[in-house]
Ligand binder design. Structure first.
Ligand SMILES: C[S@@+](CC[C@H](N)C(=O)[O-])C[C@H]1O[C@@H](n2cnc3c(N)ncnc32)[C@H](O)[C@@H]1O
Length: 216
C-alpha cells in the first residue's frame, strides 16, 4: 500500500464507508471517543480522520484538526462538519507520515483504525510523537494481533487480503510501540467481540514524568 493507493482505495470507498466498515466499528468508536480525556481548550489532532464519523462525538470545548490523505474521505468529513455545525474543527489533506505541523503542538493525538491502514506505521507513530506535547496523550483505537496462535494463523492468512483493501491484521501492539517514548496507561477492549482495543499512551519524550496511572 503506497500513498497513491491510499488515495485511490479510500476515495473510491468513501461513498460506502459509513455503511460498511464505519458501521461495523461504530459502537467501538463511539465508546472510545466519548471516554477520551479531553480538557477544555485542548488541541486535538485526529490522524486519518476518514469521513469524520468521530467528529460529532468530541466535546465542543476543544479545538480539533483532522488530517487525511484521501480527498474523497475528506470531502465526506467536510459535509459532516457543515451538517453538525462543528466550528471547532479544521480539516487538512496531509500525509500522516510527513505532517506539516509544528513540534509539541497537540495535547491529544488520536488515531482510530489508522495504524494498520497506513503504508508505514513507524513513520506515522514517529510523527504523532513529534507533534504531541511532552506528557500529552497519544491514543490508538485499533485491532492489534495477540499471542493466540490460532488467531495469529487466521490473521496472517487474511492479512494480505485486508491489505488489498487498505488494512492489515497482523500487527501487534508491542511491535508498534517498540523503541518509542510511549508508555501505555490504559488498554481497554471496546466492543462486544473484543476485537478492537483502545490504547492510551503518555508521550514521555524529553524525560517527561508519567502521572500516576492504572493499566487495566
Ligand atoms: C480505516 S480508515 C479510518 C477512518 C477513521 N479514522 C474512522 O474512525 O472511521 C483509515 C484512514 O486512514 C487514511 N490514511 C491512510 N494512510 C494515510 C496517510 N499516510 N496519511 C493520512 N491518512 C492516511 C485513509 O485515507 C483512511 O481515511
Amino acid at each position: 500500500m503506497d500513498l497513491d493507493k491510499v488515495e485511490r482505495v479510500y476515495t473510491n470507498y468513501a461513498g460506502m464507508y459509513d455503511q460498511t466498515f464505519g458501521r461495523v466499528v461504530g459502537q467501538s468508536r463511539e465508546s472510545a471517543v466519548r471516554g477520551l480525556p479531553v480538557q477544555p481548550g485542548d488541541r486535538v489532532l485526529e490522524v486519518g480522520i476518514g469521513t469524520g464519523e468521530a467528529l460529532p462525538l468530541y466535546p465542543r470545548h476543544c479545538e480539533i484538526l483532522g488530517i487525511d490523505f484521501s480527498e474523497g474521505m475528506l470531502e465526506k468529513a467536510r459535509k459532516r462538519i457543515l451538517t453538525h455545525q462543528l466550528d471547532h474543527v479544521t480539516l487538512r489533506r496531509m500525509d500522516a507520515a510527513r505532517m506539516e505541523l509544528e513540534n509539541d503542538s497537540f495535547d491529544l493525538v488520536m488515531a482510530a483504525y489508522v495504524v494498520t491502514a497506513v503504508p508505514d506505521y513507524r513513520k506515522v507513530i514517529r510523527e504523532m510523537i513529534r507533534v504531541c506535547k511532552p506528557g500529552g496523550r497519544i491514543i490508538m483505537l485499533n485491532h492489534f494481533s495477540n499471542g493466540n496462535k490460532v488467531i495469529a494463523a487466521v490473521e496472517k492468512m487474511i492479512s494480505p487480503l485486508c491489505k488489498h483493501i487498505g488494512f492489515r491484521t497482523d500487527l501487534s501492539l508491542s511491535t508498534v510501540l517498540e523503541g518509542t517514548t510511549l508508555v501505555v496507561v490504559r488498554k481497554k477492549k471496546v466492543n462486544p467481540l473484543r476485537f478492537w482495543h483502545l490504547v492510551e499512551c503518555v508521550n514521555q519524550k524529553n524525560g517527561h514524568a508519567i502521572p500516576a496511572v492504572s493499566v487495566k
